[in-house]
Design a protein around this ligand. Structure first.
Ligand code: ATP
Ligand code: MG
Length: 399
């Protein structure tokens, strides 16, 4: 966990629905199981002792099957649902402790919400829909128009401001819904299955655009989804829920490498391994590295000894420069390696997925470098390493 304070802190969050919520809560805390409490009291335990942090500027995906408590959890963050127990902080603000007026103010200034159903007003133009929140804040017409148009442009709907919702496709309507949230410039976006009603291809586009938008606008996003592919596409940490509790928290690759239990293992069973395991996960230390002023003769000797398909060449600062294969080295005598580089693009950053590594490997000479943030050589991946990484990560079937 990072040292800096998270933007949102959720601790012990519990929500029990029903008239017997109080009794149910006591029974739950005295150690009775969820099923026992629900049977005895008729109450529904929506959330039970949920804990997680959301860092400023991250997209956290709350994932789980239908009924696992995702929406309840999201709505407890800004108290659209009043939790039965536990705490929620946004920065230093104790959300649960706020009075009605302060709570409304907080929702207005800090939180934007986007739902699966776009909930646009049908008889208002896109502009007037996006302006809506600013209008009820009492912002003068010119100022709110300017803000709304900027938000409309941000979501790629420039030129559509005078149209009505029914004249827009589902994807465009959801963009308008997003613009409406962004117009208020909240620093936290709460998104509940926001793309679930969209066609798969449009949905994919929206996911990519949200990631790009988030990089630019640096919003903190809590995104509820029941779809693992969507969680992976959004690229961040995942809080996986089951029966109102958190089963595991981490990246999809973490779930794959170290599933907390059988449920998580089965959840990631059909995951696209190439899309979640990174080059950094699959790399190994290189055994044939030479500085670029080194000669072809020296490099060939090392290459032969190492059994690697290529020599990896670095500069004085250890930054990757390119690779040289054996055919190029043979007969090149004392020529410096920097004059012989056969492939300068045979690398991927260590954050790249294996999909990207495969593409590079396919067009190269059997081995690529993996680089750190400043281009320094971190490791290498040869064809055989890729196969080994896939074999290690492939979910095994239990029983
Ligand atoms: N207002 C309510 N009254 C009673 N029970 C509720 C209420 N809202 C939610 N629940 C129950 O709480 C549990 C969690 O519901 P929630 O809506 O958070 O699930 P979800 O993970 O968002 O599911 P979905 O993917 O279907 O949207 C479910 O058992 C649900 O029936
Ligand atoms: Mg839901």
């Amino acid at each position: 966990m990072s040292e800096k304070q998270p933007r949102i802190r959720v601790r012990g969050l519990t929500k029990i629905f029903g008239d017997e919520a109080g009794t149910a809560f006591e029974r739950l805390r005295s150690g009775e199981s969820r099923a026992e409490v629900q049977n005895a009291t008729g109450a529904v335990i929506g959330l039970d002792n949920v804990n997680f942090d959301v860092d400023a500027g991250e997209i956290l995906v709350v994932m789980g099957l239908s009924g696992s408590g995702k929406s309840t959890c999201l709505r407890c963050i800004n108290r659209l649902i009043e939790p039965t127990d536990g705490s929620v902080h946004i920065d230093d603000i104790d959300v649960i402790g706020l009075g009605e007026r302060e709570l409304l103010e907080l929702r207005r200034t800090r939180f934007g919400m986007v739902f699966q159903q776009f909930a646009l007003f049908p008889h208002r133009s896109i502009l007037r829909n996006v302006e809506y929140g600013l209008e009820i804040q009492g912002m003068p017409p010119d100022a709110r128009r300017e803000k709304a148009l900027a938000a409309i442009e941000t979501v790629g709907l420039k030129g559509w401001d005078q149209h009505f919702p029914s004249q827009l496709s589902g994807g465009m309507q959801q963009r308008a819904g997003l613009a409406r949230a962004l117009a208020l410039d909240p620093d936290v976006l709460l998104m509940d299955e926001a793309f679930s009603a969209l066609d798969p291809l449009i949905r994919r586009d929206m996911q990519q655009e949200l990631v790009a938008l988030q990089k630019r606008l640096k919003k903190t996003i809590v995104f509820v989804s029941h779809d693992l592919d969507e969680a992976i596409a959004l690229g961040g940490r995942i809080v996986l829920m089951k029966d109102g509790g958190v089963v595991q928290e981490g990246t999809a690759a973490d779930f794959l490498a170290n599933p907390a239990d059988e449920y998580v293992r089965r959840f990631v069973e059909h995951i696209d391994v190439l899309g979640v395991v990174t080059a950094g996960d699959a790399m190994r230390p290189p055994s044939a590295v030479r500085p670029w002023q080194s000669t072809a003769e020296e490099a060939l000797a090392i290459l032969t000894q190492s059994g690697e398909p290529v020599v990896t060449v670095v500069c004085e600062q250890g930054r990757f420069q390119g690779t040289v294969d054996a055919d190029t080295l043979k007969g090149a005598g004392t020529t410096a390696l920097r004059l012989l580089l056969s492939d300068r693009s045979a690398y991927v950053p260590f954050t790249a997925t294996l999909n990207e590594a495969v593409a590079r490997l396919a067009s190269g000479r059997g081995e690529i470098a993996v680089t750190g943030p400043d281009g320094t050589l971190a490791g290498v991946i040869a064809n055989a390493d890729l196969v080994a990484a896939l074999a290690r990560r492939r979910p095994t079937t239990a029983h």
